[in-house]
Design a protein around this ligand. Structure first.
Ligand SMILES: *Cc1c(COP(=O)(O)O)cnc(C)c1O
Ligand SMILES: [Zn+2]
Length: 427
């Protein structure tokens, strides 16, 4: 399939080709095209645009005039064909907070926290789901489906709801109650799969094939990473196009880390930034196949166990491994692991120093930053951005384990005074 037959001459730098990350084979962005024919499920596809066109449309000036304070401000370099298919639920343009206190505590020049828990269903997954739902509609589909550790599911069901699509969601039966409740509230058809995420993934894949639904699995559907890439674009724009030296983000399937890389790479190609930040992927020790492949310098990822309190990154078989490895290697970043205890202690530390309350996987990037900084592996002149990928209210059981008890008191000022005195002497 040539690149010249598709949608040329329109006023958008529409996706021209899908290109396999492993073998480089190219495909048309047609309905039903998810992965490479030669490489199978490992051969995830990049969405490539007409950069000549895009350069005319996506400029510092056009963006500074743009009043769309959502991820769709990058619409001209996103894959959606029909504006009417863009869900009317505001996603992206999440805050980027500078934190001087943490920067000085951990000895870096500047530290920024990108709070993606502020998205409409409270995780970064909304960036991908918004594109997924728009693509389903572009292709005339009425039903969307995915397997998920929880957040992709609650996100997809929210975006499906707002656009009137049916959704079928497969989650591991142990997914946190808040996430399952979110699904049910949005009206998804929820399937609790007896088994882990890998089992849910396999059942979803079989069901999607059998029933012909639109597949929102981010590690399969090439368009979804195009939603996640907007997180990187926002970081760059919010820092006035001076990208940080290093970005930390948690890694499960590898779509978020792959999305960051794609976003920065598109910006480099557009000439809007002049360097690629070192992308640092953080995994939980009990679920770290990407970390192992990076440290062992291996070409492929060996699937392994998945055992961590951070359910969103409890992924033993990362399906987007090829994009994840490329993101870390091509950006000269690295991978690091943290223990569940380090993840738990990062929850109150981040909340108490920045006001940002993350779920376990949400703060894993911060936990990785802290660990590398304490080990002296980050230079004091570096500027760092940490992405918080999901909101803490998603999993309060874990958050509770990271904090102490409240005072319990009768409605009596004398008893209260005694408790306060007691507490002061305890300290
Ligand atoms: C999905 C998710 C991740 C990991 O993203 P991958 O693309 O699977 O690597 C991290 N944090 C949260 C909160 C998530 O929901
Ligand atoms: Zn291929």
């Amino acid at each position: 399939m040539g690149t010249d037959s598709l949608l040329r001459g329109e006023d958008m730098a529409r996706p021209e080709i899908l290109k396999c990350v492993l073998c480089g084979r190219e495909y048309a962005p047609e309905h039903g095209r998810y992965v490479c024919d030669s490489c199978g499920l490992d051969g995830t596809l990049d969405v490539l645009y007409d950069m000549h066109e895009a350069k005319k449309l996506v400029t510092k000036d056009s963006l500074s005039l743009c009043r769309d304070m959502s991820m769709w401000r990058y619409r001209d370099i996103m894959p959606v064909l029909n504006d009417a298919n863009i869900p009317a639920l505001s996603v992206g343009w999440t805050p980027l907070y500078e934190n001087k206190w943490l920067a000085s505590k951990y000895g870096v020049r500047k530290l920024y926290i990108k709070d993606d828990g502020r998205n409409p269903t409270a995780s970064l997954k909304d960036r991908a789901s918004a594109v997924g739902v728009a693509k389903a509609l572009d292709f005339g589909q009425k039903t969307v489906a995915c397997a998920s550790t929880g957040n992709a599911a609650s996100s997809l069901s929210g975006f499906a709801a707002v656009m009137g699509l049916d959704s079928y969601i497969f989650v591991p039966e142990k997914a946190p109650a808040a996430k399952v409740t979110q699904l049910l509230v949005y009206g998804a058809n929820v399937v609790l799969v007896k088994g882990d995420y890998a089992k849910a993934f396999d059942l979803a894949t079989a069901a999607i094939e059998k029933f012909g639904w639109y597949n929102r699995n981010c590690a399969i559907n090439p368009f979804l990473v195009e939603g996640k890439k907007t997180c990187a674009m926002e970081i760059a724009e919010q820092l006035n196009w001076e990208v940080p030296d290093r970005v930390f983000i948690s890694v499960g399937d590898g779509c978020c880390v792959g999305g960051l890389y794609k976003g920065f790479r598109d910006l480099l190609e557009l000439g809007l930034i002049d360097k690629m930040p070192k992308i640092t992927g953080v995994q939980a020790e009990g679920s770290s196949p990407i970390y192992k492949a990076i440290t062992e310098n291996s070409e492929r990822v060996r699937f392994g166990p998945a055992d961590t309190i951070a359910d969103s990154i409890s992924v033993g078989a990362p399906r987007n491994w090829a994009k994840a490895l490329r993101a870390i290697r091509a950006s000269e970043g690295t991978a690091v692991t943290v223990t569940d205890d380090e993840i738990l202690s990062a929850i109150p530390e981040l909340a108490r120093s920045s006001g940002v309350f993350g779920e376990p996987a949400g703060v894993t990037g911060f936990a990785g930053f802290r660990k590398m900084a304490l080990a002296g592996e980050i230079a004091p002149d570096e500027t760092v951005t940490v992405v918080v990928t999901g909101n803490g209210l998603k999993d309060i059981e874990s958050a509770k384990r990271s904090v102490g008890q409240a005072l319990s008191c009768a409605p009596d000022i004398d008893e209260f005074s005694r408790l306060i005195d007691q507490r002061r002497t305890d300290k």
